[in-house]
Structure formats: C-alpha cells, structure tokens
Design a protein around this ligand. Sequence first.
Ligand code: ITT
Length: 209
Amino acid sequence: MIIGNHIKRETRQLADKTFPLGRLIYFVTNNVHKFNEARLVLAKYNIAVAMLRAKMPEIQDDNIENIAKIGAIEASRKTHLPVIVEDAGLFIDALNGFPGPYSSYVYRTLGKEGILRLLEGYENRRARFKSAVAFHGPGMETKCFLGVVKGKISKTIRGESGFGFDPIFEPDEFPGRTFGELSVEEKNRVSHRSRALRSFAEWYLKMKN
Ligand code: ITT
C-alpha cells in the first residue's frame, strides 16, 4: 500500500515534469495590442494562446533577453503554467541604442514627441525594434527567441494603429509608412515580435512532433 502510493506519487511527479505539449500557452502581458499581434502570428501555426494579465515586477537589465527569460521563469513558477513573456524595445542608432530596454519608461515619460525632439538636428534616424520571446513551462528549460526589424524614425507622428512608438517608426520593408499606418497583418509580416514568435513556433512544433 505504502509502495503503491509512492509509485503513484512518483508518476505524478514525472507527469508534472513532462513537457506541456498540446496545451494552451499563456502569454503574460498587460498590453492587449501585443497579445493580439502574437495571437494572430501563432494562429497560423495552430498554436493557441491565452492572455494572462499578471502583476509582475519587471527587472531592469541592459538586455531584453534576460528580462524576458527571468519574467517567464517567474511567471511559470507562480502559476505552474506554460508561459510566454516577451520583452521588446526601440533602439535608436544616433542615441547609442537608447531607449532600448528602457522603452516602456521612456514612452511613459518622454513619449513619441520626446523622441522626435531628441532627434532634432540628427541626420541619422536609423533605428530598430528588437523582441525577445521567452518560453518556460513547469519542469523544462527556458527557451528564448529573438526578432529584429530595421527602419528609421519618421519626422512626424503618423497613423493610428498599433501602440507605443508605432506612429514614429518606418520599417525598411514599407518605405514612407509608419507601423502606425499599417494593418496588424502588414505589421506582422515584418515586425520584430512576429519574427521572434515565428522562430518560437517552428521550435515548438518540432518539439511536439
Ligand atoms: P508588457 O511588459 O506588459 O508585456 P509593454 O507594453 O510594457 O507590455 P514591453 O515592455 O515589451 O511591453 O515594451 C516596452 C515599450 O517598447 C512599449 O511600452 C512600447 O512603447 C515599445 N514597444 C515595444 N514593442 C513595440 C511595438 O511593436 N510597437 C511600438 N512600440 C513598441
């Protein structure tokens, strides 16, 4: 009897450690636009995601990969669920990569107008968005995937779609149009987030098979 219980417990522990394939993945974010973009990208791979709003302290680090990884480990540890945490930022060449990992704070304080003011007088308006998508499930190692989109900072604020710095970023693939002037589908064709998520999806489906 005691041995039987022991075996049952061991089996349960093993099951808990099994990679959570085929299960819903929880995308931890408070940003509904981000979630919507991710949902559409992953739907193309038949990967279902649910938005999980969680009050998580975001660590400060110079590296978005570390921020996403630590966020995913922490969120999965707290919820016992397979989760994705994505961290992204806008890196401006003339400002040596600023605001980068501090994009959220800079967006809240200086905003889009502040970035345009900072770039007044600069010829070089090259910039890139970077995304780090970290996946962590109970009993497994964290995996992280990166995506980049190159472009430039526009001279004026244009477009209503998207969020954050979208109305001041012109991706190279859509010259003369900002992310704010693109549909979600157009943005998803080239964005940093969709590129990182597609790498994740390809890895995830391989793991599954
Ligand atoms: P969560 O942390 O809750 O996921 P967030 O909006 O704070 O949501 P990030 O920390 O990843 O997301 O992004 C930091 C900032 O970078 C974000 O507030 C935007 O201003 C900007 N940003 C990131 N991705 C962007 C995108 O696709 N388009 C426009 N701005 C973006």
